[in-house]
Design a protein around this ligand. Structure first.
Ligand SMILES: Nc1ncnc2c1ncn2[C@@H]1O[C@H](COP(=O)(O)OP(=O)(O)OP(=O)(O)O)[C@@H](O)[C@H]1O
Ligand SMILES: [Mg+2]
Length: 265
């Protein structure tokens, strides 16, 4: 990782962050800093609190303990410059692709003229040109996810929060979208927190991979991903990629084996 280390102020700083839903403590004691042009991938078992963590960074829900700072300011609600791509598309079914992308810009205070200029640009960037006037039910899951991506990118966020953005699309579409996202990120690198279930995706995307584990969850390990950028399909063939993937796999599977052992007892 050559980009985050020298940052004077991290773009995101979580300190001793904890979250409870009533009696359920989801995570606690999370300390994590993310640099200005850094991609942090978060991986962990289902239900460990990844979506909850992103929602806290986004300001959609409050932390129960600790704090999140974005550019040095404490997060107390949704803020300009922070965009999220949701686990299940998160599009408005009654809005067309164009209107869904425009929604983010409108919330950010863009004028009609800015919306008219920017929406086609970002629709094209994600490869959806020609489908602007389709409704979500008329297009595939992969296309819906591209639309969600265009909506998030169109506000040119300083922090991009991705909640398993490709988890609900087929394997081929997922690969295509991963490499497109890498290409888009290279054009305009920004702070990204990328939640995924896929070890390969975490290593491919991240400058670091944060492994969340335990109940309540905490940061179990942070793996530095020293693969050069730009990354592309050839990255998957590098021996170092295989080493890192095995390392993360080992960390996660140790957890799964422990859980299996506890069930058997
Ligand atoms: N609004 C809510 N109210 C109460 N409990 C919740 C709420 N949202 C999530 N939870 C609980 O918090 C825990 C973490 O949920 P979360 O959705 O953050 O997990 P996750 O790591 O994103 O899981 P997945 O990988 O399946 O998406 C779960 O036990 C879930 O049931
Ligand atoms: Mg989730």
């Amino acid at each position: 990782m050559d980009n985050a280390a020298e940052q004077a102020q991290p773009r995101i700083a979580m300190s001793d962050a904890g979250k409870c839903y009533g009696a359920l403590q989801v995570f606690r004691g999370i300390n994590l800093e993310v640099g200005e042009r850094e991609v942090v991938a978060i991986i962990g078992p289902s239900g460990c609190g990844k979506t909850t963590l992103l929602r806290c960074i986004d300001g959609l829900i409050p932390l129960s303990a600790g704090e999140v700072l974005i550019e040095g300011n404490r997060v107390a609600g949704p803020r300009e410059g922070v965009a999220m791509v949701f686990q299940h598309f998160g599009l408005f079914p009654w809005k067309t692709m164009f209107q869904n992308v425009a929604y983010g810009l409108r919330l950010a205070g863009a004028s009609h003229a800015q919306i008219a200029e920017k929406v086609p640009k970002f629709v094209e960037l994600v490869g959806l040109s020609g489908f602007e006037h389709y409704y979500p039910y008329q297009i595939s899951g992969g296309m819906q996810q591209r639309c969600g991506l265009a909506r998030a990118l169109s506000v040119e966020p300083r922090v991009l929060l991705m909640d398993e953005p490709f988890g609900a699309v087929d394997a081929q579409t997922r690969e295509i979208l991963q490499f497109e996202l890498l290409r888009i990120w290279e054009m305009r690198p920004t702070t990204m927190v990328f939640v995924t279930h896929s070890i390969d995706e975490a290593v491919l995307m991240g400058d670091r991979v944060v492994v969340l584990k335990g109940r309540p969850a905490g940061v179990h390990e942070i793996v530095e991903v020293d693969l050069p950028r730009p990354r592309d399909r050839a990255t998957l063939l590098q021996p170092r990629f295989a080493e890192l993937r095995e390392h993360v796999w080992g960390t996660l599977m140790a957890d799964a084996r422990q859980a299996e052992f506890e069930v058997k007892r």
